[in-house]
Write a protein that binds this ligand. Structure first.
Ligand code: FUC
Length: 792
């Protein structure tokens, strides 16, 4: 079988019409590289569909396929060094403090290997392998004359479709990953009988054996490296082909089908690792067999119907319309963004794509979306494709509530719950505290120790940040039963924070020491440092956690003494400060940043995703936050641009936020390299850090929601940052805190009408420009209001 990369050339003739479904990504040629292929997924089983004519490649992923294994990485010597590191910091001996912390306070072992964990105990997320179909077209002359070629990803039905005609026969392939039936499904059909002939194989970059399974199936299995020996995770993928008409035979590691009318292919996969029930575990071989047997009982049309219903129950909950989709291929539209074509419908498509990607990579009983969701080719993926907790996994879920996808949130909540046990050991060993925490990197093996470099790895406040996600689910849903379950995790995190706080000997403030402002350095003279104390983001995270815990204790009517301890600590917490440029200070002293354009602007946590800095409560800090953003500028990696769009929305500046949306849409600069990172979109609309990182795809959806509706300042604010580029539009189904669902439409840049549906029965205050109104809806009712906020 020829490999996908040596595909013989084709001649593409007559152009295809655009797809019927306007919310589609579509292209006029097969994907030549991974970043052109189209993703499908059911939360845990994914494929990148290339749409080749002679060779079709589906690069496969199963979300738990990880090398590495569990390890003891906490450093037993860390705690002894803590008092000296603190003292050195308080004495302004940053270099000495940093040196000591690097030697004594980081993880034991090599940690993540600075992003090269695949051969280390830390491990790396990896590809599952490739499903390859070598198509044969009978007597057709070479090179093949291919008419009306089109491949597309229909976001509304979550189906990747490839269609083309050869010698008068039209071939169609449809691929989807079914959540209800837990298999990947592919259907190959033709509009004439007996035209489908192909060979099916399952392969992997390394560590695999494929054998036939009966006369209609293949099994690929293997065991990964665990960083010390070959006894790592076991995985298995199973394929079954179901042709109608024609003949099928299995030989060694291949299935051959000749002259069929159509072929349905089912694929199931699992590992023996059990991060979350019920999908995986020791029974993984049986599980995959059961999944295939169960799915094979349905016809293709039934499988498709069940999948589409399931997907649309989530995808159709939120809608946004700002412009009609033009009938041009997606890659051409992205290329044109640099030419200022004002293709506002492309922003709308990016919005829907982000929602599609979350539905496809994060479902209950799965792992949360990692740095690339669930999609990744290779055995060493960028940054091990793990869970980074200082911007990335956090951003992955900022859209979950506002985009009405709370059903996709549980995987993160589950991951956080699973951090508590290892994170309790880490907190005790490293800092001698109660409670739990995690640092910058986390993997499926429960890694919570500080990473191997002080400048990025020593971020003890990542655990308290994670707890924001627990509170936010309650804030949006008002689900008290959920809060009861989340409370012990939040409380334990607050105990960690209480114990970790120390009194600054100079100023008497309570603050954190040691810590870093994630990944940014400051300068003293010409020398760069990263380790500091009382860094602004720590104070903001603690404010967020403690205020959320105080509110939780009130809502639950429990732990009032503990809540009192938290309010007392808050009263003594170091304040946020304004520096010499009028900017919000990033560190305890008004140091200069080593890189004034640094992608991380962690000290704006209080503006977003926090709620400490608001126009009503802290106007001076709000102004300082604006100055900080002005100084940093609008360039940056994909996720950095998305976060900036969130901040500009919170500042009420829709045009600046929109500028960042445009940065996300422009073609990814392939010549970029570290040091010159510039975000944008790849041809398949994956967000470029670069390299590809999914956080930008998710973050920009959160930002667009913040442009249209905000609900963090004890009111629901309508159109707080509507850009002038979108004078007319409608949006439906955005969630707001307190238990509300908001739909609205606008004309000439002004609110026309809005509908607020209550799901909780809480009172609500609405604001639009100078108008405010208060309503007391009963749960399940809706209020329709006009541009003056008068109920109609
Ligand atoms: C942090 C960020 C990088 C990247 C990586 C996965 O280290 O600073 O920009 O997103 O995570």
């Amino acid at each position: 079988m020829p490999s996908a990369s040596t595909q013989p050339s084709l001649i593409l003739t007559v152009e295809a019409a655009p797809p019927a479904q306007p919310l589609s990504l579509w292209y006029r040629k097969p994907a030549a590289q991974w970043l052109e292929a189209l993703p499908v997924g059911n939360g845990w089983l994914g494929a990148m569909v290339f749409g080749g004519v002679e060779i079709e490649r589906l690069q496969l992923n199963e979300e738990s396929v990880w090398s590495g294994g569990p390890q003891e990485a906490d450093n037993p010597g860390a705690l002894a060094a803590l008092p000296e590191v603190r003292q050195l910091l308080f004495d302004n001996k940053s270099a000495e403090a940093e040196k000591l912390a690097q030697e004594k306070m980081l993880c034991r072992g090599v940690g993540s290997g600075y992003g090269t964990g695949s051969k280390k105990p830390y491990g790396s997320y990896q590809t599952l392998g490739d499903l390859t179909l070598a198509m044969r077209y009978g007597e057709a002359d070479l090179p093949l004359q291919v008419a009306q070629y089109r491949r597309e990803l229909d976001l509304d039905s979550a189906i990747a479709r490839t269609s083309y005609a050869i010698g008068g026969t039209t071939f169609t392939r449809e691929v989807f990953s079914s959540c209800p039936d837990q298999v990947l499904v592919m259907r190959i059909s033709a509009d004439r009988p007996g035209k489908i002939s192909l060979c099916i194989q399952l392969t992997r970059h390394e560590r695999f054996t494929t054998t036939k399974s009966g006369e209609n199936g293949l099994i690929m299995s293997g065991q990964l490296f665990n960083g010390t020996d070959d006894n790592g995770m076991k995985y298995l993928a199973r394929v079954r082909a179901i042709p109608t008409g024609g003949k099928m035979r299995a030989e060694a590691d291949s299935l051959f089908i000749d002259d069929a009318d159509s072929v349905t292919i089912l694929l199931a996969a699992a590992t023996d690792h059990l991060p979350v029930p019920p999908y995986r575990g020791k029974e993984f071989e049986k599980l995959t067999a059961d999944q295939i047997n169960a799915a094979a009982k349905f016809s293709f049309d039934e499988l498709r119907k069940r999948h589409v219903e399931d997907h649309q129950s989530l995808f159709r909950r939120a809608q946004l319309h700002i412009a009609d989709q033009p009938s041009r291929p997606t890659d051409e539209r992205i290329t044109d963004v640099e030419n200022h074509t004002n293709d506002h419908a492309l922003a709308e498509l990016l919005y829907h794509y982000g929602r599609y990607l979350l539905i496809s990579s994060s479902r209950p009983d799965c792992l949360p979306a990692n740095l690339q969701g669930i999609w990744g080719d290779g055995v060493q993926l960028p940054w091990n494709c793990d869970y980074h907790t200082n911007a990335n996994i956090n951003m992955n879920y900022w859209l979950a509530e506002t985009a009405n996808l709370a059903d996709c949130y549980p995987p993160l909540h589950e991951l956080i719950a699973n951090m508590v046990k290892p994170g309790t050991a880490t907190a005790k060993t490293h800092y001698g505290t109660r409670g739990w925490t995690v640092h910058t990197i986390h993997n499926v093996w429960g890694y919570t120790s500080p990473g191997e470099g002080v400048g990025w790895g020593l971020f003890p406040l990542a655990g308290p940040w994670m707890c924001q996600h627990l509170w936010e689910h309650y804030a949006f849903s008002a689900d008290i039963e959920y809060l009861k379950k989340a409370w012990p995790i939040m409380k334990s995190s607050a105990e960690f924070a209480l114990d970790f706080l120390v009194t600054d000997p100079k100023r008497g403030w309570l603050l954190t020491a040691p810590s870093t402002s994630p990944e940014n350095d400051f300068k003293i003279g010409s020398v760069k440092h990263s380790l500091s104390y009382g860094v602004t983001i720590d104070l903001e995270i603690i404010h967020d956690l403690f205020t959320n815990c105080i509110a939780a204790s009130k809502a639950l009517d429990s732990d009032s003494d503990f809540a009192k301890q938290l309010s007392d600590a808050l009263a003594k917490l170091a304040p946020m400060q304004i520096g010499k440029f009028g900017q919000l200070q990033e560190w305890i002293e008004d140091y200069d940043e080593a890189d004034v354009h640094h992608r991380h602007i962690s000290h704006l946590f209080g503006l977003f995703p926090g709620k400490q800095i608001t126009p009503n409560r802290t106007p001076k800090l709000l102004k300082a936050a604006r100055t900080t953003l002005e100084r940093r500028g609008d360039e940056g990696t994909g996720w950095s641009c998305a976060w900036k769009a969130c901040w500009w929305s919170r500042l009420g500046d829709g045009d600046r936020a929109h500028n960042l949306v445009l940065n996300m849409l422009r073609p990814a600069d392939k010549s970029s390299h570290p040091g010159e990172w510039r975000g944008g979109s790849y041809p398949n609309f994956f967000c470029a850090h670069p390299p590809y990182q999914i956080d930008g795809n998710f973050g920009i959806v959160a930002a667009i929601n913040e442009m249209l509706v905000q609900s963090h300042d004890d009111q629901i604010t309508l159109l707080p940052a509507l850009p002038s580029a979108w004078p007319i539009g409608q949006m439906h189904g955005i969630r707001a805190r307190g238990g509300f669902e908001v739909s609205l439409d606008w004309k000439d840049g002004k609110l026309a009408s809005a509908t607020i549906k209550s799901t909780s029965g809480n009172p609500c205050k609405i604001a639009y420009q100078e108008h405010t109104a208060e309503f007391h809806p009963v749960a399940g009712s809706s209020i329709r209001i006009d541009s003056q906020l008068k109920a109609s």
